[in-house]
Design a protein around this ligand. Structure first.
Ligand code: ADP
Ligand code: MG
Length: 455
């Protein structure tokens, strides 16, 4: 109900209850100013009205008013000047609020200082991505813009992006901003949070200030922008603004721009303007190196024997996050077991429930076995059997040799895939084939051909 009508009705009711002199003296010139927070604010002409109404009519007013309003308001009497003062104070508060809104002059980079190039281990599977990242870090906005890094989870995309950011911050005074795409969405949705007056101007300024005033914008896991159509549009504008100012943009995703069907075409096209690099799962040697780096690099304080590291690298999949998790699990297990020495037995025990669960890579060993078995016209079962006849043993040795050469898997892992053979058997087979190839041209040729086929 409109406050004026409500007050008119109220005055009509009051009139019936008191003398006309009282009415004219105390009520005639009152107004209802506002109904807010359970309080009815009434404007009275003079100070004396306040006190008189308070002392003599308060109960009547409350009862009559709340009957009409159908609610339980408290009553407050104020002079017009007091209301003006209140308004002024509120206005000042608003102004102050505007000033407090972060100006982003000191950009919060959100960079994790632990993710650097120094502690990123480079191997075959990530050397292209690493080189591209370093090159962008050294020449932001010049060489490859945008840089788009994609690959499965846990392969080091986030690490590389932070490394770029940290490098730039350390070597220049460029402003770097790292955000996940979720964070970007959240910030963007802040725009739609209007203040009490339905005004959202400040948020828009804040958002633009945050995202368009940076020299390097890093957006992680862009695939999550999928559902957010409006946010995608905003990202498109942000992208264009930065791009046309030669600001560096770095994006990561779990899939290539072509496969990012959840995003608008115009965005995907732009992602391909610069350089697109992918990170592959690390091979055995790289897995070992990363694990060692994590241990030697100070992340892990206890000593872990070589065979335990190799065991983890062989059996816990190729997601680096899972490899790290395995080490942590092993450490925790050892502690729980009363600080037991870390050795292979303990590792097998600690990790038994997790083994192979993490293996996502298709099994290259099996592929090689199949290919070699076909070539020598033996069965895949015979390839893994314990039969020692020369017509089976020799192809088996060739296959083991190729597995070691092509997959970089450990001897124990290869042995396991060949029907549970000991790692020394695999080692000897590899040595034997290597030796023979030197004198046997035909064998060398065969192996070369098989290698080409398998690759
Ligand atoms: P992604 O973003 O691709 O899912 P992350 O960058 O979060 O993967 O990497 C997961 C974990 O693995 C991090 O702790 C990271 O430091 C580590 N990691 C991944 N690749 C490497 C590498 N090549 N060298 C050192 N650590 C790595
Ligand atoms: Mg990540």
């Amino acid at each position: 109900m409109n406050v004026t009508i409500l007050w008119d009705n109220f005055l009509e009711e009051i009139k019936k209850e008191i003398t006309s002199l009282s009415y004219e003296t105390w009520f005639q010139d009152t107004h209802l100013y506002a109904l807010e927070n359970g309080k009815a604010t009434i404007i009275v002409p003079m100070e004396i009205h306040k006190r008189h109404l308070e002392d003599n009519y308060k109960d009547l007013i409350i009862q009559t008013f709340n009957n009409l309003a159908g609610s339980n308001f408290e009553i407050e009497f104020l002079l017009q000047e007091e209301i003006d003062e209140k308004k002024e104070i509120e206005r000042r508060k608003e102004e102050e609020k505007e000033v407090i809104i972060p100006s982003n002059n000191n950009v919060q980079s959100n960079l994790n200082p632990n993710y650097t190039f120094e502690n990123f281990v480079v191997g075959n599977s990530n050397k292209f991505a690493h080189a591209a990242a370093l090159s962008v870090a050294e020449n932001p906005g010049k060489m490859y813009n945008p840089l788009f890094i994609y690959g499965n989870s846990g392969l080091g995309k986030t690490h590389l992006m932070h490394a770029i950011g940290n490098f730039i911050v350390q070597n220049s005074n460029r402003r770097v901003l790292y955000v996940t795409s979720e964070q970007f969405i959240e910030d963007f949705l802040g725009i739609n949070t209007k203040d009490d007056n339905g005004n959202n101007f400040n948020y828009i300024e804040y958002f633009k200030n945050k995202y368009r005033n940076v020299d390097v914008l890093i957006i992680d896991d862009i695939q999550f922008l999928g559902g957010a159509t409006k946010t995608q549009q905003e990202f498109f504008h942000t992208f264009n603004t930065l791009y046309s100012d030669n600001k560096q943009i770095i994006i990561s995703s779990d899939r290539s721009p072509d496969d990012l069907k959840v995003l608008e075409d115009r965005l995907r096209t732009r992602f391909c303007w610069g350089l697109t690099v992918d990170i592959f799962p690390p091979d055995f040697d790289l897995r070992v190196s990363i694990l060692k780096k994590k241990i030697l690099g100070g992340a892990i304080e206890r000593e872990i024997p070589e065979d335990v590291i190799e065991y983890i690298a062989s059996n816990m999949g190729n997601d680096v996050r899972q490899l790290e998790g395995s080490v942590n699990r092993l450490l925790a297990y050892s502690t729980i077991m009363g600080g037991q020495e870390i050795n292979l037995d303990l590792a097998i025990e600690a990790l038994k429930d997790f083994i192979n669960k993490g293996v996502t890579e298709k099994n290259d060993i099996q592929k090689i076995q199949k290919r070699v078995a076909e070539f020598y016209q033996i069965s895949s079962e015979d390839m893994k059997s314990k039969k020692r006849s020369a017509n089976l043993a020799f192809p088996r040795q060739v296959a083991m040799y190729l597995c070691r050469k092509l997959t970089n898997e450990s001897f124990p892992k290869i042995g396991m895939e060949f029907g549970g053979k000991d790692h020394s058997t695999v080692m000897h087979s590899c040595e034997k084939i290597e030796r023979e190839m030197k004198t046997n041209k035909e064998l060398a040729g065969t192996i070369e051909k098989l290698m080409k086929d398998i690759k």
